[in-house]
Design a protein around this ligand. Sequence first.
Ligand SMILES: C[S@@+](CC[C@H](N)C(=O)[O-])C[C@H]1O[C@@H](n2cnc3c(N)ncnc32)[C@H](O)[C@@H]1O
Length: 199
Amino acid sequence: MSAGSDILMRLFGRPQGFLGRLGGLIMARTNRACAEWVLCLLDVQPNDKVLEAGFGPGVCIELLTGLAKGGYIFGVDISEDMLAQAARRNKKAIASGHVELRRGSAASLAFANNSFDKALAINSMQVWPDALAGLREMRRVLKPGGKVALGFTPYSGQANKGLPELLGAAGFADAHVVEKGKNFCALAVKLRDGAKGAR
Ligand SMILES: C[S@@+](CC[C@H](N)C(=O)[O-])C[C@H]1O[C@@H](n2cnc3c(N)ncnc32)[C@H](O)[C@@H]1O
């Protein structure tokens, strides 16, 4: 890895140390609008149980607490520094049991099958060592009929191509990409047994 990409990884990809904490502060400002848009697309309902993989500084988790007011919000992130930042941002909701944040990998989610109504990741999947494994795990923990959203800003480094195919390979149906300005979001569903996809 070049020095430049190592610094970018420490800032944003897998935030670590001083650079990671700085990256968290930057992401908290720059990714909020994308998170708001993705949550609209995901159509989060008041009683939904929602999972975010790669929550970073926890802004989207905080937005979710205002949407799934009677539901539960869970988050998993590989970075200890982001866990600390997100936990600070969502201190009250964690104390009340509305939010639970854990350190861990998207590729190995410590949740039972068919647990969540919605699952999402923003500017995160592009840095997972094995994106397909992470998406398969997200599908496993989604309830049948559950929806997944993968949002990206233009500086995520993720190409706006091949996402429906990747989601399809992970077992999702009705995978498609929508765009807003330079942001884009891939959406898909976990079909109920015996159901046929719309696309
Ligand atoms: C670019 S940041 C985006 C953070 C946040 N979603 C946002 O939009 O501001 C990527 C995040 O994904 C996390 N991450 C990287 N690899 C991961 C993995 N394998 N499993 C879970 N989280 C991961 C990083 O620690 C980091 O917090």
